[in-house]
Ligand binder design. Structure first.
Ligand code: ADP
Ligand code: MG
Length: 384
């Protein structure tokens, strides 16, 4: 793998260079600080950048964020100490793959680089993205807000396609983007014989280099053109192209929705902490059981959550018989301002309660594979 190492400390730079070269990597040593990041990315075009010498404050991450936005193919490892949980979350949001202590010991460095090599080569040969389905237990529960904004968070380090399966009145795109889509799911369905990676990408709206949305048709009448077999073909292809395929579903339980739920790795039904939401959640739970889904396929999300709600998390957990729930805090003003401007929440730097909870939610989805010790997530959990 081609690796650029950046550090203001010359002897440290040489040490790291020797360690990595001994592992068979092509190493470019860049003597400098954070301001060398951009030039190093452009000149060296590495697959991995190891960055030492940041003092680990939030403003330092702007340089890193520039790299992950403009050079999404470059993986970034930061070497710095000390590391607070907040810094680790911000680092993940800025697109950093790993944060290692500085000075790093050889063994930890080699292990982290091989984890990333395995991930990158694995991604090139056999990418099987995870399909995550988001479904409101009741209209207006916050499922679309969650799916679209989680997509944005995941896309900081992963490639993400969100497919709007609210076929008649889908509005997912408008949550994070201004303007109408040039083409939609109905156009893909209509020319399904042309379906390949470039047609799928060209039919989706590119929100950022690693986040795209395949919009629902603008004309509700065109919903009828979309059949379950189209969804099957699109999902078969999408999981080979993206790390995460998010499905924004409606509450309509038809053949197409069930096809999407069947294909999902996880289903996230979204409810508000009130009687109607909980009642519908129970109905959905019965349906999922009758469809033969394992209990751990479903993870329940309480959206617009407030500690003072009449129905507490404990009682929802007891009613649904589940050990844990995800929560998204209630933040009417902030959420609606973002929706009305067609912007995602949670750009780095700002950290409201909702943005934080989405960042943590995203982290919980990017779970390490077995054997991947000392990952960002693992260390965060240890801090918690
Ligand atoms: N976390 C939240 N806090 C406050 N209001 C929210 C939140 N999430 C969603 N909303 C509000 O609820 C409305 C419906 O959300 P939406 O995601 O479209 O629901 P669904 O897709 O479940 O029908 C949004 O327009 C917004 O006004
Ligand atoms: Mg919706």
């Amino acid at each position: 793998m081609k690796i650029a190492v950046i550090s203001p400390n010359k002897s440290y730079l040489q040490d790291i260079g020797r360690t990595l070269e001994a592992q068979g990597h092509a190493v470019a040593l860049v003597d400098g600080g954070k301001l060398s990041l951009r030039a190093a990315a452009e000149q060296e075009q590495p697959e991995l950048m190891l960055v030492d010498g940041l003092y680990c404050g939030p403003s330092e991450l702007l340089q890193v964020e520039y790299i992950s936005t403009h050079h999404p193919v470059i993986a970034v490892i930061l070497l710095c100490s000390p590391q607070t949980p907040e810094f680790l979350i911000n680092a993940m949001r800025a697109g950093v793959r790993e944060v290692l202590p500085s000075p790093v010991d050889q063994e930890a460095l080699v292990a982290a680089v091989s984890r990333i090599t395995a991930k990158l080569t694995g991604a090139r040969t056999q990418n099987t993205g995870k399909v995550l389905a988001f479904m409101p237990c009741k209209g207006g529960s916050g499922a679309t807000f969650l799916a679209t904004n989680l997509g944005r968070q995941l896309a900081r380090t992963k490639s993400v396609l969100l497919i709007d399966l609210n076929l008649q009145f889908g509005d997912a795109l408008s949550f994070v983007h201004e303007g109408a889509p040039a083409s939609s799911l109905a156009d893909v369905a209509q020319s399904i014989e042309r379906l390949d990676a470039s047609f799928l990408a060209a039919s989706s709206v590119r929100i950022s280099p690693s986040y795209s949305i395949l919009a629902a048709p603008e004309d509700p009448a065109r919903a009828m053109e979309i059949k379950p077999e189209h969804i099957e073909a699109i999902l078969n292809l999408a999981v080979t192209q993206y790390d995460f395929v998010l499905l924004d579903l409606s509450r309509t339980l038809d053949a197409l929705t069930i096809k999407a739920l069947d294909r999902a790795y996880r289903i996230f039904p979204v409810l508000q902490a009130g009687l109607p939401g909980v009642r519908n959640a129970c109905k959905l739970q019965t349906l999922f059981k009758s469809l033969g889904y394992a209990p751990d396929k479903t993870e329940w999300v309480v959206s617009r959550f407030e500690k003072s709600a009449d129905i507490g998390l404990d009682s929802i957990q007891r009613t649904l018989g589940v050990a844990r729930l995800h929560t998204v805090p209630n933040a009417y003003k902030e959420v609606n301002a973002a929706i009305n401007q067609g912007n995602a929440l949670g750009g780095s730097g700002r950290s409201s309660a909702v943005a934080k909870s989405l960042a943590e939610f995203a982290l919980s989805l990017i779970s390490p594979k077995p054997g991947e010790s000392r990952s960002l997530l693992e260390r965060l959990l240890r801090w918690a």
